[in-house]
Ligand binder design. Structure first.
Ligand SMILES: [Zn+2]
Length: 176
């Protein structure tokens, strides 16, 4: 049983690595207002949440922050994300989920993509719940937290498979 869990964690890590590469290659193709969210269940009670959002939809600009005002905008947005993880993905409150390892960073454009001027923000955190996540429902209130985001493509990876969903308002219910 322990071996199976480890195998699954490796698979999830592999999938994340694949997405990371795909994300970099698709850099130029991002559409303002559209974000990508990946939720992977690594065990029955543990998961990861990863976000890939156009910087424009998160900050209002896509260049590295230069002025004091831009640096403040970026710090405020990063703090808002880290302090409101329960409003990024809202898991069933009855599951007793806790969050850790929140990270968010400005992805500087690749040299070949620099002429487009586009940049994404990458963010992630870990989820640990007291009860099993499989079969539970959740919402994605991220669009309320950052209203420039109008649509989110949600990839759900569980031990039984993988689905892709589009969410365009925060109250839509998705299920593991
Ligand atoms: Zn852009």
């Amino acid at each position: 049983m322990k071996h199976m869990t480890q195998t699954f964690v490796s698979l999830a890590a592999f999938l994340f690595a694949s997405f990371a590469i795909a994300g970099t290659q698709n850099h130029k193709a991002h559409v303002h207002g559209m974000g990508k969210l990946t939720i992977a269940l690594e065990t029955e009670k543990d998961g990861s949440v990863a976000l890939d959002i156009p910087a424009e939809s998160f900050l209002g600009f896509e260049h590295p922050a230069k002025t004091a005002s831009e640096k403040k905008t970026m710090k405020d947005a990063f703090d808002k994300f880290k302090n409101n993880l329960n409003s990024v993905v809202q898991f069933d409150p009855g599951l007793g989920c806790a969050f850790s390892d929140a990270k968010i960073e400005f992805e500087r454009p690749e040299p070949g993509a620099a002429e487009t001027g586009h940049a994404d923000l990458n963010a992630s955190y870990s989820v640990h719940c007291a009860k099993e996540l499989q079969g539970s429902s959740f919402h994605v209130p991220l669009m309320n937290l950052f209203p420039r985001i109008k649509q989110i493509s949600v990839q759900i990876i569980t031990q039984t498979g993988q689905t892709e969903n589009k969410v365009s308002h925060a109250e839509e219910t998705l299920k593991f």
